[in-house]
Design a protein. Structure first.
Length: 434
């Protein structure tokens, strides 16, 4: 393994209050020196990180890798490629696979396949209910022993409040938590686009925001009463944020994540009627976007999670009703979070916190940290480099995003995992295996 000198980068690591220009030496995969102006030395590979930020690599607690069962959309390998190209070295994947991850053998399958590919840490969640049908609890203890990091029926809500309450208490007794996709399906019904001016003007079936908000409120109350933790997936409205703020003020153990698309895109993405804008929860109005941005800044929202939801081209070309909701996100989280830095909603330290430190802590994973003696697990990115989103730059099997053809700023240059370079940006992008 070659010795690497990362030169001229600005290191940001909220874990140990690093926020300055320092060089880093990596020998045999370990960080051996962090100092100012280290001159190049014989037999070292120099990475020029001037104009770049060097930070702990990112953790995504919410991605759909579609494996097993729908590997024509994504698989654990292409999901891993997309992750490291986005600066992520830990990806937690959702159990809405076919079959659903509701058996220990399926949990093991995901872990083992992730390890075999070896580009990043792939950690499965377990389903809360058998087959994600919302009726019978899974054997959560066995799933946890097999390696499930938390429990969710994501893609579908846990509608039955009694099941939700029991699941929360049971998960808490196992030292973990339930993450809920909050959607009262009696309210969302056949809704497709956020209920507002755009849906009305276009004649698209409206999906009222209280479908999300009422279930967020229920889960917060269950958490207050039971003292069990609950995590709100992909929060997206101003009122939902206010409810979480209230619950936190009441001392509830409630956390919330927000997706890059809900931080960046409005329901006007529907103006061309194309289902690339279809996602669950739906894209909201600008007022909601402002609210989730400020909530990320004030820590009402705890971190960013991509809800990377790959779907095949032919599926996204279906009519509004038949088309599955979802958009990919692993390669867009960083540039979108950097946009919030540029627009002064958050500072760069908070940007690293919401992408790396906070999500890692939530699942009890020691966050990667740039410290002498640590194995290198870091990302080098140019925060200002512009790039156009084109299909050839997307490493996911699916290209379903409204961002195609748009310019973003902020580019991952290198990703290190287990001491090695697993992604390197160049005109000819290359992935590096063992
Ligand atoms: O838009 C979404 N797509 N939201 C979800 O909750 C599920 C996901 C999927 O699995 O495609
Ligand atoms: Zn999801």
């Amino acid at each position: 393994m070659e010795t690497i000198l990362i030169k001229g980068g600005h290191i940001i690591d909220p874990q140990n209050n690093l926020n300055s220009e320092l060089d880093i030496v990596i020998e045999k995969g370990k960080i051996t020196k962090i100092e100012k102006n280290i001159p190049p030395f014989p037999n070292c590979k120099v990475i020029d990180a001037s104009d770049c930020i060097v930070s702990p690599s990112f953790t995504d607690l919410h991605a759909h890798l579609r494996d097993p069962g729908q590997t024509y959309k994504e698989d654990i390998k292409t999901g891993s490629l997309s992750a490291v190209a986005g600066g992520f070295t830990t990806v937690v994947c959702m159990p809405n696979t076919i079959p659903a991850i509701d058996e220990p053998s399926l949990v093991r399958y995901v872990i083992e396949k992730g390890e075999e590919i070896g580009l990043c840490r792939v950690l499965p969640t377990g389903a809360v209910t058998k087959g994600r049908k919302g009726q019978q609890l899974t054997e959560m203890a066995l799933l946890k022993d097999a390696g499930a990091v938390y429990f969710t029926d994501d893609g579908a809500p846990i509608i039955d409040s009694n099941i939700m309450r029991k699941a929360m208490e049971y998960a808490a007794s196992l030292g973990t938590f339930i993450a809920n996709h909050c959607e009262d399906t009696a309210l969302s019904k056949d809704g497709i686009a956020h209920e507002g001016e755009i849906a009305a003007a276009l004649g698209l079936p409206p999906l009222p925001p209280e479908a999300e908000e009422s279930m967020v409120a229920r889960d917060c109350i269950l958490s207050i009463r039971t003292q069990a933790p609950v995590h709100i997936c992909h929060i997206s409205t101003k009122l939902a944020v206010e409810i979480v703020a209230w619950a936190k003020a009441m001392g509830a153990n409630v956390t919330a994540e927000v997706t890059p698309h809900h931080l960046y895109l409005c329901d006007d993405e529907w103006l061309d009627f194309h289902c690339k804008a279809k996602v669950s929860p739906p894209l909201r109005e600008f007022e909601d976007i402002e609210a989730v941005r400020w909530a990320l800044s004030s820590k009402i929202i705890d971190f960013v999670a991509t809800d990377h939801a790959p779907h095949a081209h032919h599926e996204k070309m279906l009519d509004h009703w038949s088309c599955p909701p979802g958009m990919i996100g692993l390669q867009f989280a960083l540039p979108i979070v950097l946009e919030l830095v540029r627009k002064d909603y958050i500072n760069i330290v908070r940007a690293v916190e919401v992408l790396s430190t906070e999500p890692s802590k939530k699942i009890g994973l020691k966050p990667p940290s740039i410290q002498k003696g640590n194995t290198a697990e870091l990302v080098i990115f140019n925060p200002n480099e512009p790039w156009e989103v084109t299909e050839d730059k997307i490493f996911s099997k699916s290209k379903n995003t409204p961002l195609l053809g748009r310019k973003l700023r902020g580019k991952v240059k290198y990703t290190f995992y287990k001491g090695k370079i697993v992604y390197q940006d160049s005109s000819k992008q290359e992935f590096c295996y063992d």
